[in-house]
Ligand binder design. Structure first.
Ligand code: OOG
Length: 255
């Protein structure tokens, strides 16, 4: 299996670099969820070997809207890297991506290392700041179709992110309106409560999942809490923005 882990990790790494989709692996290679995380780790190692830096983690499938859209019903997590950062208010080029979609998120900046499972009461104490954010997901699989194991191996479709202005309005994030607009037109609307009832629960879940994996998340890391609504395809020429009530806005233009 370790040969398969390296082979699949390399294929997914190449697919991301070349922005070319590949067929799903789990149907033919038949790997477990644990092995999927090993593949994810091996593919991230290839990026780190190439100078890419880990800057945090993202949670996936923390809202019903996302689970229903993708037909997957377990919480997953993946890595964020410095090369995924796109500029707030900047231009996002489709050429880097295969078939990108965007989703509105809450992003946390940690103040302390997360080295053990946290309770909900403890979670806010680990935070430096919170921001409205947009995640660009771009499955490396053809037609954005995958099993749970496939998507985990593919670093949970992570591809890009845009983080808006940081604030310390932690009290604002419990049940705040989330609006995703394209060219000023509302395309998705929801609430931060769609994220596990409260986005801070994503931080709690991240602490548990990372603890299980034996990983310490350093202070100053980003944690993307997972999309509050279904994702929307990106189109050249459009302007995308997220507004989270009480937190502010973030956006970019697609070229
Ligand atoms: C997997 C990633 C899910 C989220 O926020 O739920 C995700 C995908 O839908 O391709 O990022």
């Amino acid at each position: 299996m370790s040969a398969d882990i390296t082979r699949i990790a390399t294929a997914l790494d190449q697919a991301a670099r070349k922005a070319e989709a590949v067929a799903q692996f789990s149907a033919s290679a038949g790997f477990s969820l644990e092995q999927a995380y090993q593949i994810q780790r091996a593919s991230m190692q290839l990026r780190q070997d190439d100078g890419e830096r880990l800057i945090g983690v993202k949670l996936g499938f923390t809202s019903r809207a996302k689970m229903i859209q993708m037909g997957v019903d377990s919480l997953i997590w993946g890595w964020l890297t410095d090369r995924m950062l796109e500029e707030d208010g900047g231009l996002v080029s489709l050429s880097r991506y295969i078939h990108p979609r965007v989703e509105p998120e809450v992003c946390f900046l940690t103040r302390r290392a997360i080295d053990r499972p946290l309770t909900l009461l403890e979670a806010a104490d680990y935070l430096e700041a919170v921001a409205p954010a947009l995640e660009i997901i771009d499955s490396r699989y053809q037609n954005f179709k995958f099993s749970l194991e496939d998507v985990v191996a593919d670093n949970c479709s992570s591809a890009g992110l845009v983080v808006g202005p940081w604030s310390r309005e932690f009290d604002a994030i419990g049940n705040a309106g989330v609006l995703l607009r394209m060219d000023g037109r509302l395309v998705q609307a929801g609430s931060t409560a769609a994220i596990l009832g409260h986005p801070l629960r994503s931080l709690v879940q991240a602490s548990k999942l990372l603890g299980d994996a034996g990983i310490v998340l350093p202070a100053g890391s980003l944690v993307m809490a997972g999309a509050a609504t279904a994702a929307e395809p990106l189109r050249a020429g459009s302007h995308v923005s997220v507004e989270i009530e009480g937190l502010g806005e973030s956006g970019f233009s697609v070229i």
